[in-house]
Design a protein around this ligand. Sequence first.
Ligand SMILES: NC(=O)CCC(=O)C(=O)O
Length: 292
Amino acid sequence: MNASTDTPTRRVALVQVASPSDESREARIERVEQVLRRHPDVDLFVLPELWSAGYFSFERYEELAETLDGPTVAMARRVARDLGASIHLGSIVEHGSDGALHNTAVLIDGTGRIAQTYRKIHVFGYQSLESELLTPGTSLSVVAGPLGPTAGTTCYDLRFPGLWQELSARGAEAVIVPAAWPAARREHWCLLTQARAVEHQLWVLACNACGSQGDPDAPVQLGGFSRVVDPSGRVVAECGDGEEVLVVDLDPARVAEVRAEFPVIADRLSTADYAALGSDPGEGTAVHAAAT
Ligand SMILES: NC(=O)CCC(=O)C(=O)O
């Protein structure tokens, strides 16, 4: 309980797991279920992107694709119901009813109901086959969650501030970011998770994968460093580079406090307003025509 506001704090756990290629999906789901059940007092669990299939196991996407009734979602719904906790299960390779495969994040509430699905919009194509194999999503949502209005974005989406501005404009106060972000670009991960929190004065709950994945002859090292960033941009808690459950108590009222103290969001224009601004090159040469 927060003494100054009387709002209950919320216990969040980022479950940073590895997806080694010699572990079956079934064994991994069972292992993660045991990990979750060891934390009966958590309000919201967050898992990484495509942890059950393994993000870099591109050659197995088709085989491991599942529907929203599949084994990963079923396990998370069962645990959520038993523990009365919300679970953001990271994402699955979803076999959609449209016949396409998607990278779909799923948030389950404490009754075991699917509260939100989000199909990753920016599928990744740099040293990755994701953009060839998976179809991008076309919608966003903000739903009620333990920390207030909650949205999901997935990994590479961190790089696209316009998407985050839209989520913020739709009222998000917490954004959950499951990821399979390689160690090679960990600096970007740290920079962007803090930047998005500062820009929009919201919680960023960013859960990355760890360990190595993919082709054993050319494995990719995942970055770990899952982190909780508060609405002022401060890193409240952070994992190392191995498997870990990071448990932290958060005060949902912190968003309102930060926004009242430094009301930057109130000064922000919409993306349409920015696009409509005039062009005044002064003595220079305009390289872009103003919108009419
Ligand atoms: N899984 C991803 O989307 C990886 C994104 C990434 O590595 C990057 O943006 O850098």
